[in-house]
Design a protein around this ligand. Structure first.
Ligand code: CNA
Length: 454
């Protein structure tokens, strides 16, 4: 195994002779670093053309993404690619897969890529490699004599890099030994609750990631592992399967849209009746104490705001039911008004209401992210930024089954920052957490709040 300080990769002349880019060979020969590496290239518009000619050397363990588009860049054809080649391949893929798509985000991504490739826009490219072998070519502006490897990035104004603690999932996936210095004992149960209270007292920048599970005790059922009520015919998700109401069908089929309104009217009647519980109040407490850095939620129910956390502290990554938008002109409508119009059948020649300004081309929809709909890249970017800045992350009431937000808890793990998971069921990242509490979040938070207030 290599160490970054003593044996840095050759970032200057992009030959990297002797480095294995096939992970099986790299692992067999011990040709990988004790930590992962994350490299960010941020190019201004002025330098975009020059920066796109940089070569990227990629291990097959490496992922490359454009953070402002929240999209992954395809792996390229070989281990060496210029950034131009990677972006052209990404453009081709997007064009062929989404040629008939009316998704705004895909159109936005295509026009952004076009502008980058024409040298009319700056761009950011992020490379992340758990084996640490991948590099972006460094272009030093002078002669730096004996300076080598990673150090050279310090002389490259466009590049920032950081090495990171490899996660347990990565170590398992690539069959690597865990780094002994970073293995942390996991605390569970009662001891976990005590430790969490202590961590909250000592933390200043806490990030929360919440999911449907935290609203179950308020009375809104989750999609997964609710409370043994999976066979209950009155359960909203047994009456309506949100997976059937996928974005493309909502946009193209009036019958599906009618079902969509039926589901949302029922969901809204549930949401209107319930109250926030202690899980929501814990985040309000953290906000009042000046400890909340950001609250990222997959919930669309608005209960965090009703508990008193201001909207600008919350990233609602799956949107909110509390607004309805025209998907053509963006005009905003009150849900109660549109729901009433649907129930009163106040429209001619159609089964569903449309935008007053746009007519039948103005499809109305709640500002939630439906299955198959693209996430807002700005919201995703701020969520991941907050995740990388926190000094404690508390994940609560989520099955961590929905990508890419289920990768967010790895941000603190990579920085050696404590990760707490409080959930009724198991999650795929339980093995990464420092504190794991299996239980109901409302009940547990009630206790945590009284311990914090004691
Ligand atoms: P999910 O996939 O439904 O998982 C919920 C998780 O919560 C499961 O792992 C359960 O074990 C756990 N859980 C259930 N009850 C409790 C409890 N009392 N305390 C702690 N944990 C509990 O939900 P996710 O949020 O992970 O999935 C994301 C989907 C669900 C998003 O698209 C949401 O928009 C969507 N959703 C939102 C709501 C809401 O806004 N309240 C309700 C239902 C679904």
């Amino acid at each position: 195994m290599k160490e970054f300080a003593s044996d840095p990769p050759n970032v200057l002349n992009v030959k990297a002779e002797g480095t294995h880019f096939d992970y099986i060979e790299a692992v067999m020969d011990g040709d990988y670093y004790s930590q992962g590496i994350s490299i960010t290239l941020k190019s201004s518009k002025e330098n975009a053309k020059q920066n796109m000619e940089r070569v990227v050397l990629k291990s097959d363990t490496c992922t490359i993404s454009i953070p402002e588009l929240a999209m992954e860049v395809p792996p390229g054809k070989g281990k060496y690619s210029t950034i131009t080649d990677l972006l052209v391949e990404m453009q081709d893929n997007l064009q062929s897969v989404f040629s008939n798509s009316n998704q705004k985000e895909v159109q936005r991504a295509l026009s952004k890529l076009d502008a980058i490739l024409k040298g009319q826009s700056g761009f950011t490219l992020k490379l992340e490699d758990p084996l640490g072998n991948s590099v972006i070519q460094c272009i030093p502006q002078g002669n730096y004599g004996a300076v080598q490897g990673l150090e050279l990035y310090n002389f490259d104004n466009a590049i920032t890099y950081k090495t990171y603690r490899r996660t347990r999932s990565e170590a398992q996936e690539y069959d690597l030994p865990e780094d002994e210095t970073t293995v942390i004992e996991q605390i569970t149960g009662e001891e976990g609750i005590n430790k969490l209270v202590e961590l909250i007292k000592n933390s200043k920048r806490i990030v929360g990631l919440t999911g449907a599970g935290i609203s179950v005790e308020s009375g809104i059922p989750a999609f997964r592992n609710s409370a043994g009520d999976e066979d209950d015919p009155n359960l909203i998700w047994n009456k309506f399967d949100p997976r059937e109401l996928v974005f493309s069908r909502i946009m193209n089929e009036e019958d599906i849209r009618a079902k969509y309104w039926d589901m949302h009217i029922l969901l809204q009647s549930v949401i209107d009746k319930v109250q926030p519980n202690a899980s929501h109040r814990l985040f309000k407490y953290l906000y009042d104490q000046g400890k909340l850095h950001k609250l990222i939620t997959q919930n669309i129910d608005g209960l965090h705001q009703r508990a008193g956390v201001p909207s600008d502290m919350i990233c609602e990554i799956h949107g909110t039911t509390h607004r309805i938008l025209c998907y053509k002109c963006n005009r905003e409508y009150q849900p109660s008004e549109v729901h009433q119009r649907y129930l009163d059948k106040q429209f001619k020649d159609s089964k569903v209401p449309y935008c007053d300004d746009c007519g039948p081309s103005g499809i109305l929809k709640h500002a939630t992210i439906s299955f198959g709909e693209n996430l807002d890249p700005n919201v995703m970017q701020s969520s991941f930024k907050a995740g990388s800045e926190c000094d404690l992350m508390i994940v609560m009431g989520t099955a961590l089954a929905v990508a890419p937000i289920n990768q967010l808890p790895l941000e603190p793990v990579k920085n050696g920052v404590p990760l707490v998971i409080l959930n009724l069921g198991e999650t795929p990242l339980d093995c990464e957490s420092n504190i794991l509490i299996n239980g109901k979040s409302g009940e547990t938070c009630e206790r945590i709040l009284s311990m914090l207030n004691a």
